[in-house]
Design a protein around this ligand. Sequence first.
Ligand SMILES: [Fe+2]
Length: 332
Amino acid sequence: MKDVNLIATLRERAGLTQSELASQLDVSENTIANWEKGSASKWIRQLHKLCSLLHCSLDDLLVAGEDKDERKISLLTPRILEIVQKRCYSLSKQDRKAAAKIASYATFYDPDLRYWLEQADHIIGPWSSQSTEELDCEDVANTLMLQNLLNQLSCVPPDDITFCRFQKLLEPVGLTNNYLERSAVFGSNCYQRKHILQTHPLAVYVIGWKPGQIAGMHHHGNALDAIQVVKGEMAYWMLTPEESERQNVPFEGGEVAARDKSEPHTIVKAGEWVFVDRCHAHQIANRSNEDLITLHFRVGPPPKDNNWTSSGKEEQHLLRWTQVDECILTLA
Ligand SMILES: [Fe+2]
């Protein structure tokens, strides 16, 4: 049976023993062993049949079973985002009649849509009062996608977010390439990091890498990290917590210029993700002849280095930072 090997293979790939998986799922080690021998196949098929009979997806069932607090969150679905964007475009073209029509529909029928239109209004508000600048609809949409992620992360204490859940939350985040490329900054001597958002527990930043630029091997302590390649090719190395400890790899901000000429563990291409579990170390370089842009999501306790300062604003809805950090590394 297909799932017999699949569960064991995926568990091993995630670096978990049967006992560790059992403890995270709050079941006995025997249960995991039985699943891996095939006892899970029956209820997996039943769940599949249940979804088919109820005309719903497995995700629908799982959302229905989640904590009450979690269900209270208004999720930014693609349909809602599309309507909010339509309203933004109407406003940007000064078509206030069309914008009002969408808002009145939302107020009447759909509380989730109403929530997201209100969020958009918090961003659009400052624009309306200084109408000299054009409304950046793409900027509004990307900010809302980040707000959506932040809302979902805020349901669970950062230390309790599982690696699996972290990946599931991040993968659908679809910040637009145009926006990210506009945000990227490059330096002639070393990579440049630019914050898009910095809150506790989520920080998001874009890094621009010229050919040959490299970051030293480092770890993020108890934080989870996700990296998406926006443009170019990323050479990537990763170490397990044991290897990282053995090699005395420093915490982020304390890394030194890498002289490692070894072959990267993998090459990550545009659109692809890398997810970094707690205490794993990693290193990034641009070994190609083209510019590289990477997008980083960091979830966990705030970094300890002093380069991470916010604008000091307490605004909850306009979550953009423009600070560009000087990195400490030079060309490899
Ligand atoms: Fe990192």
